[in-house]
Design a protein around this ligand. Structure first.
Ligand code: UD1
Length: 365
């Protein structure tokens, strides 16, 4: 079996790591195509080196652009690659512009598509990712769902025949790196100046267009973080830095200390050192959950609804509209006493992904 993985953005590289490792233990040929959607070293290269992922076989180098420009650039660069490679499967990950472009290029060439992390839904049609994931699920041949909830969404859309419960490959990598961090195999993460990892602090990220692109909203959210009673280590995504600069918003104010995004082991280690997480990232909500840290999510909804059970994750769409004391109490709340279950699987999902792909009969033959 020849499989082409198409990746391009940071969260896809994290998911690729366990999948590449699972393929490495088989006789299958696994080809990695990097679209170049993320190109900064700290959003891309450090994940390959830090997670032991083989270098991409093909790099499309598309870079940033509007949704149409970026998606179109991936599509047109990918067509000749897939045509030449003629894989048995094209494997796309998550919900980025690289995902939908990969799926479209493949199905139009009658190449079977498997979608990893299928069936997630926010039901928020303002999110570019919601369109990417719905459209990808509807054109893919094999839907590798991370959770029972995702399986239900796929069934509701009439896609159960193509859906398989694989579990979540992020559990595989997160727990593996957690164990390495706890065994002292990684250096301490580069936290922002002013954050003492031995003292309580919150770890924060913010990058969703709905939070970053409206200057009034971004400024209000940053002020809410600045007023928190604990130091906040804000790992600033380039989109956040670009929007803040554009609108003259100072990120480093009050409690907020800013630094660049961390490599994966650094992030896991920072979550473990923190007393809690404040974020709008899908991946980080789940990493906080897997690492037993409370998360406060600056969004009106989440695809990872299992994290909400027992209060491990809490949604706060507009922190600036809450009474400051209430917001502070929520963001700095202690971890629930009741441990959470394991709704995201047992850490062996990547192996199952390979098996499910082996078992599935391609539709386009
Ligand atoms: C993308 C995904 C999002 C995912 C996120 C993870 C889409 C629609 N969104 O959002 O689902 O959660 O990745 O990070 O695919 N930039 C750089 N350097 C880079 C990459 C981006 O400076 O290496 C800046 C550019 O100003 C760019 C902006 O960040 O315009 C946004 O990048 P883009 O790839 O369009 O989307 P993300 O916000 O990263």
């Amino acid at each position: 079996m020849k499989v082409i993985s198409i990746v391009g953005a940071r969260p896809q590289l994290v998911k690729l790591a366990p999948v590449a490792a699972a393929f490495a233990g088989t006789e299958h040929q696994h080809v990695i195509v990097h679209t170049g959607q993320h190109y900064d070293a700290d959003l891309s290269d450090v994940f390959f080196s830090g997670l032991g992922i083989p270098d991409p076989d093909v790099h499309l180098g598309v870079g940033s652009g509007s949704h149409g420009v970026q998606t179109g650039a991936v599509l047109s660069a990918l067509d000749p690659v897939l045509e030449a490679e003629q894989p048995d499967w094209v494997l796309v990950y998550g919900d980025t512009n690289s995902t939908i472009a990969g799926a479209l290029s493949a199905v139009k060439q009658h190449l079977p598509v498997a979608h990893l992390e299928a069936g997630l839904r926010s039901f928020n049609r303002r999110m570019p990712e919601e369109h990417n994931r719905v459209l990808t699920d509807h054109c893919a041949d094999l839907l590798l769902a991370p959770t029972e909830e995702a399986m239900r969404h796929l069934a509701n859309e009439g896609l159960e025949g193509r859906a398989r419960l694989a579990g979540d490959v992020m559990v595989d990598i997160c727990l593996q790196i957690r164990d390495a961090v706890l065994a002292g195999k990684h250096p301490a993460p580069a936290l922002p100046e002013g954050i003492d990892p031995a003292q309580p602090f919150l770890l924060a990220t913010l990058h969703r267009p709905d939070n970053t692109d409206d200057p009034a909203r971004l400024s209000a959210i940053v002020r809410s973080l600045a007023q928190l009673p604990l130091p906040v280590a804000l790992l600033a995504h380039p989109r956040l830095v670009a929007r803040a600069e554009e609108h003259g918003i100072e990120l480093a104010q009050g409690s907020v200390h800013v630094s660049r995004p961390l490599p994966y082991a650094g992030l896991v280690s920072a979550v473990l050192a923190s007393s809690g997480v404040v974020t709008d990232s899908g991946g980080l909500q789940k990493e906080a959950f897997l690492l037993d840290r409370v998360c406060t999510t600056i969004r009106p909804e989440t695809e990872w609804v299992e994290t909400l059970e027992g209060g491990w994750n809490h949604l706060v769409p507009d922190p600036h509209e809450m009474a400051p004391a209430e917001w502070a109490a929520l963001a700095t709340r202690p971890a629930p006493e009741t441990p959470h279950g394991a709704p995201y699987g047992d850490g062996k999902a990547a192996r199952r992904v390979v098996e499910l792909m082996e078992q599935a009969t391609p539709r386009h033959t």
